[in-house]
Design a protein around this ligand. Structure first.
Ligand SMILES: *Cc1c(COP(=O)(O)O)cnc(C)c1O
Length: 407
């Protein structure tokens, strides 16, 4: 028997390690090829610019875009802000209404809330038990004053996939722009901005084996041509939409990460999905009252979100310290708040607190999955044995009928 190397990383939806091939491509751009891509008068600049443009082609190819439609940013948070605030500023004459959903990442929700303070109106659509918005409700929400619909490609906590092509077609028919935060979906599911009718799309390199602090925004150039008010004023880089000296090594890394993802997705993703399915089947077989969160069918192939009733997620995390996962609680300033995504599915605080997100990736092995399964099952059973609630359930007491003493 081989011993498992610890700790085990199962948090690839939070970030991924830089692929060694990506790092090797980046290194010369810190050293001999250190030029500024905006330097037009010498070979240092030309070398940097050529590398940036090659990276732009690779990133564009990952989503079926053309090179001229990609803008470099510092990541998805910036890309989302630029898409949402940039459209709001540019199309204000046409209307002041935007639509999104309650399960979006904070990097979409917070720019939307900011716009509300600036005289815009935002509709935050609810979701069903699986994390889907109702497309009829979306259609009914769109008016002549609607300038943008922003719905994520894949949810970062539960993995639910929005039907992008249907949403894109609806937005086109209604004459409103469609932005998608594809940070989790990119390199995990196929994306095509043409087939899916996407006008703006956000990407982040560190979610697919590239470096942190670099991302991109796709901005449609034809039919329609999308225009944005820039967030920064400066040297007019990136066709005036994003001033600032380009992060050449980071961009080169993102390009290489995109190239590898496109080339290897067809073999890599089924392998990871098989491991995810193995983890899911084994956990649910050994812990039959565990609850799967998200849409089992339309879901990221690399992610598994499960609630373990009668066990507190944070205690579970503490008990499995050598396995890096995320819990359904978010540490706010003072207290542990249950995840707003899980709550919006209709989960009670207890089930939301008891949930764990496992996210797998390129370097996940079967040995790691089997080790993690055993550790999680053992810890859930241990914690349950100490749980008075679990004891009551075992005695046949219906917890919903229990009259609790003052809270
Ligand atoms: C990680 C993530 C972001 C933030 O991306 P950064 O590049 O880290 O700013 C935005 N949206 C989703 C869905 C994410 O998963």
């Amino acid at each position: 028997m081989t011993t498992q190397r610890l700790p085990i990383y199962l948090d690839y939806s939070a970030t991924t390690p830089v692929d060694e091939r990506v790092l090797q491509r980046m290194l010369p751009f810190f050293r001999e090829n250190f030029g500024n891509a905006a330097s037009r008068s010498h070979s240092f600049g030309w070398t940097a610019e050529a590398a940036v443009e090659q990276a732009r082609e690779h990133v564009a190819a990952l989503i079926g875009a053309s090179q001229k439609e990609m803008l470099w940013t510092s990541g998805s948070t910036e890309a989302n802000n630029l898409a949402i605030k940039g459209v709001a500023g540019m199309y204000r004459e046409k209307g002041n209404h935007l639509i999104t959903a309650v399960t979006e990442h904070k990097a979409v929700l917070d720019p939307m809330k900011h716009l509300e303070t600036q005289g815009f109106e935002v509709t935050f659509l609810p979701v069903d038990r699986l994390g889907h918005v109702d497309l009829q409700q979306l259609e009914a929400a769109i008016t002549e004053r609607t300038i943008l619909v922003s719905l994520m490609a894949a949810n970062n906590e539960i993995g639910t996939l929005h039907p992008l092509a249907a949403i894109g077609a609806l937005c086109k028919r209604k004459g409103t722009l469609f932005h998608t935060d594809a940070t989790q979906a990119a390199a995990r599911i196929p994306l095509d901005v043409e087939a899916m009718g996407i006008d703006l799309l956000s990407l982040s390199a560190h979610k697919f084996y590239g470096p942190k602090g670099v991302g991109a925004l796709y901005v449609r150039r034809r039919n329609p041509r999308v225009r944005l008010v820039p967030m920064f004023d400066g040297g007019g880089h990136e066709r005036g939409m994003r001033s600032g000296t380009l992060n050449v090594p980071g961009i080169v890394g993102m390009g290489e990460a995109a190239r590898i993802a496109k080339a290897e997705m067809a073999t890599e993703i089924p392998r990871i999905q098989a491991l995810r399915d193995r983890l899911q089947q084994r956990l649910l077989a050994r812990l039959p009252d565990a609850v799967l969160n998200g849409d089992e069918a339309a879901r990221l192939p690399t992610l598994l979100n499960i609630s373990f009733p009668y066990v507190e997620g944070e205690s579970l995390l503490m008990g499995i310290k050598d396995i890096a996962v995320s819990s359904g609680s978010a540490c706010t300033s003072a207290s542990l708040e249950p995840s707003y995504v899980l709550k919006s599915l209709g989960l009670g605080d207890e089930l939301a607190h008891s949930s764990i997100r496992f996210s797998l990736g390129r370097f996940t092995t079967e040995g790691e999955i089997d080790f993690a399964t055993d550790r999680v099952v053992a810890e859930v059973l241990r914690l349950r044995a100490m749980s008075p609630l679990w004891e009551m359930v075992q005695e046949g007491i219906d917890l919903t009928q229990v009259k609790w003493q003052s809270h």
